[in-house]
Design a protein around this ligand. Structure first.
Ligand SMILES: Cc1ncc(COP(=O)(O)O)c(C=O)c1O
Length: 382
């Protein structure tokens, strides 16, 4: 048996998505920019996919641009805001994904923009009072970039509150929604947000395809110069299969959102309860008391000789989980998120992340295997 609990890193592609992509690979090979029938057919499929993505956010189709994934969408939002919209100050948090943190550092070096990190509460939430204080200084055009849910621990941002604060203080607002897209409803018609990002492989779509939502009032210049694809914003022949597959995956996920949320939340609670029932001194970086990203459970295991190699041992025993984000797992650099949350370095953090494909039996399997790695209560007492 092999159990996959690393769905925050990437998810398996759904069969329905593969079926939607296959005709675009086999038969519909025309270049969408060609004006003949073969091209027009593919162009229509791309525009239909754009409509699906736009509808899922209550956006207009002109506000959706396809990208190669979440990293590109986030780069585009940050870099184009500085280059084209006169942003001179970026407010962000130390818990962001590296594609935000490395980009803002690069912008600071290249454009001398002011980079400000908002304070966090002890649990790791954005300190909204500090954010308000920062935003009240309107001397520089400001962009706030804060992720909707943290990919390592699942803490949620009050997006509505931040959107309102930005609106009141004339700031632009970008949210990295890569982990929450399709897991939480997002409505841009009622949230004053300027940029959002999505990546298909996080919701059972293909890899290498994503999108950015850009509020229609913000006129950006091309991010990739070349042909006139994506209304001149991103030159290059489109990833047609990816676009069609992403739209199918998003459509299905939105249809099933409530059902999946209830099911996956149940699995997450079950794992948390089983862990505390069977093992001593288990802590969670995830917040189980407040609404949070229900696909992620970040567990902090007590120090023990075998827990040093916990992830490797789990892998050998048939369980795929992660130490943090996929980008930092496998390296011994440690997680910048856990460090920012002041996690105890002598303890091991494992991120278990779920999808609707996981089962309760798989969680039981994980608990049984964990008992062979770290001391379980029942074994200790016996
Ligand atoms: C919060 C967050 N942002 C951005 C990304 C990057 O997305 P992609 O892998 O599609 O470039 C990820 C992926 O791990 C993520 O979790």
């Amino acid at each position: 048996m092999r159990v996959y609990l690393d769905n925050a890193a990437t998810t398996p592609i759904r069969e329905e998505v593969i079926q939607a992509m296959l005709p675009m690979m086999r038969d519909n090979f025309g270049n969408p920019s060609s004006i003949h029938a073969d091209g027009r057919k593919v162009r229509a499929a791309i525009e239909q996919a754009r409509r699906t993505v736009a509808n899922s956010l209550n956006a207009s189709i002109g506000e959706i641009f396809f990208t190669s994934g979440g990293t590109e969408a986030n780069n585009m939002a940050l870099k184009c805001s500085v280059r084209d919209l006169g942003v001179q100050r970026i407010i962000t948090s130390p818990l962001e994904h590296h594609c935000i943190l490395h980009t803002v550092e690069a912008l600071k070096a290249a454009y001398q923009i002011e980079l400000v990190f908002v304070k966090l509460t002890t649990k790791g939430y954005v300190d909204y009072d500090h954010l308000t204080e920062l935003l009240e200084d309107q001397s520089k055009k400001t962009l706030v970039s804060l992720m909707h849910a943290n990919n390592e621990v699942g803490l949620l941002l009050d997006m509505q509150r931040v959107a309102q604060l930005c609106d009141e203080n004339n700031a632009l607002f970008h949210s990295d929604t890569v982990q929450t897209m399709s897991h939480f409803p997002i409505d841009v018609s009622t949230t004053n947000i300027h940029f959002l990002s999505g990546a298909a492989h996080k919701f059972h779509g293909p890899k290498g395809i994503g999108f950015i939502y850009i509020d229609g009032d913000n006129q950006l210049k091309p991010f990739i110069d070349g042909g006139s694809q994506e209304r001149n914003m991103r030159g290059g022949t489109e990833n047609v299969y990816g676009i069609v597959g992403m739209a199918k995956a998003l459509e299905l996920a939105i249809e099933e959102l409530e059902e999946s949320k209830a099911y996956i939340s149940g699995l997450r609670t079950y794992l948390a309860t089983q862990l505390t029932t069977h093992f001593d001194d288990i802590h969670f970086h995830s917040d189980l008391e407040q609404e949070s990203l229900y696909t992620v459970l970040s567990v902090c295991f007590p120090p023990s000789p075998k827990s040093e190699m916990l992830l490797l041992n789990l892998d050998i025993l048939g369980i795929s989980a992660s130490g943090g984000s996929a980008c930092s797992s496998g390296s011994d650099v440690g997680s910048h998120v856990i460090t920012a949350l002041k996690g105890d370095p002598s303890r091991k953090t494992v991120r278990f992340s779920f999808s609707h494909f996981n089962t309760k039996e798989e969680i039981d399997f994980v608990i049984e295997k964990l008992k062979t790695i770290i001391p379980a209560k029942d074994l200790v007492e016996a």
